[in-house]
Design a protein around this ligand. Structure first.
Ligand code: NAD
Ligand code: TYD
Length: 337
């Protein structure tokens, strides 16, 4: 085993929970989760896993230090973040608080305890990608939303701790993930559950924006490959390595759920909407990793999971907090079409 005791922050969120499950499957039995349980974090995501979960903020230095000391942690994997672009447009401050300052606190504890630090970043730090370019890990960062700007800032802090203090760091930059346990604000679970409820699917603008929809299991195996085989101080993109338009994603979703195209509504675009993300994953593939799902397969598998797990998402849809968000984000948009 490469690590004896692992702290996973944000482990009650979508990707963090899938990653904790992978760790357990691969025999990493000493795993501790630290999660604030924001609107996006759910204890159900780790139900029955037997993993200790500390409810708290990554920005609480004493708490993080205490967890690391008490559990003999030798690796922190940081998934904890505010993660939704639309939320970052509505309420940006919490993004700097958690994504930048929170990451900084974790780095300080890692430095103090001289332990490995792995940071989960995103392809959105590269900004919108022109022509047929595929982002390389060495490309300049050009984030354009409060969310991606906060993630880019965190990446730079991580790199600075590697250079300045010799901290054992790695970073992965994942593309759009889909799969089990994703919160309903993100496009695939939102559209899948809307379709099942025969509600309109609000497509921002012309829907020809491109995303590399990646199955969450591929992202998680990519992260583990970097932890076990990656080079210290390095950054690795993780994705299917090919992108499709949102309209193509939508077609797969409707077909999988056997729902009509008449549900599609083109609505007012997102402010500053990035047109295209695209990553080269050659550097990660050189470690022996390969994505198992093409984007359309990943979207179909995700839609099927929501179809088969209504008891997971129905309570979220019915919650007053989700309905308040949905109305704020979509009521006006859907009124005008
Ligand atoms: P998510 O929103 O589903 O989960 C985030 C988790 O972090 C939640 O459980 C939440 O409670 C927790 N959290 C938030 N603030 C916290 C704080 N201050 N202290 C402790 N816990 C806190 O997010 P996700 O989609 O699973 O994303 C996980 C990571 O992967 C994020 O860093 C995100 O930027 C990155 N990422 C996501 C995607 C994607 O498509 N979802 C793609 C690439 C990278
Ligand atoms: P999202 O899941 O929010 O991920 P990100 O913005 O981080 O890529 O959105 C994915 C794509 O879907 C993006 O191009 C925006 C688009 N989208 C819509 O068209 N309608 C929606 O209601 C949402 C949430 C997203």
């Amino acid at each position: 085993m490469a690590f004896s005791s692992i702290l996973v922050t944000g482990g009650c969120g979508f990707i963090g929970a899938n990653f904790v499950r992978l760790l357990l499957e691969r025999g990493y039995n000493n795993v501790v989760v630290l999660d604030k349980l924001t609107y996006a974090g759910r204890l159900e995501n780790l139900a029955g896993m037997g993993v200790p979960i500390v409810v708290g903020d990554i920005g609480n230095l004493e708490l993080v230090r205490h967890i690391v000391e008490m559990n003999g942690i030798d690796l922190i994997v940081n998934f904890a973040a505010e993660t939704h672009v639309d939320q970052s447009i509505l309420n940006p401050f919490v993004f700097t608080e958690t994504n930048v300052r929170g990451t900084h606190v974790l780095l300080e504890v890692a430095r103090e305890k001289k332990i490995r630090f792995h940071h989960i970043s995103t392809d959105e730090v590269y900004g919108t990608i022109e022509g047929d370019h595929h982002s390389l890990e060495t490309d300049i960062l050009a984030p354009r939303s409060p969310y991606s700007a906060s993630k880019a800032a965190a990446d730079l802090l991580v790199q600075s701790y590697f250079v300045t203090y010799g901290l054992q760091t790695t970073i992965t930059r994942g593309s759009n993930n889909v799969g089990a346990y994703q919160f309903l604000e993100k496009v695939v679970p939102l559209f899948a559950t809307n379709a099942m409820l025969d509600l309109p699917l609000p497509v921002y603008g012309d829907g020809l924006q491109m995303r590399d929809y990646t199955h969450v299991s591929d992202h998680c195996t990519g992260i583990l490959a970097v932890l076990e085989k990656g080079s210290i101080g390095e950054i690795y993109n993780v994705g299917a390595g090919q992108e499709i338009t949102n309209m193509a994603m939508l077609e797969v979703l409707l077909e999988t759920l056997n729902k009509p195209r008449s549900l599609i509504r083109h609505v007012t675009d997102r402010a500053g909407h990035d047109r295209r993300y695209s990553v080269s994953v050659k550097k990660l593939e050189a470690l022996g990793w390969k994505a198992q799902y093409a984007p359309k397969e990943a979207v179909a598998a995700a839609a099927k999971w929501y179809l088969e797990n209504p008891t997971y998402w129905q309570p979220v849809r019915e919650s007053s907090s989700f309905q308040a968000y949905y109305n704020r984000q979509y009521a006006k948009r859907l009124e005008t079409v």
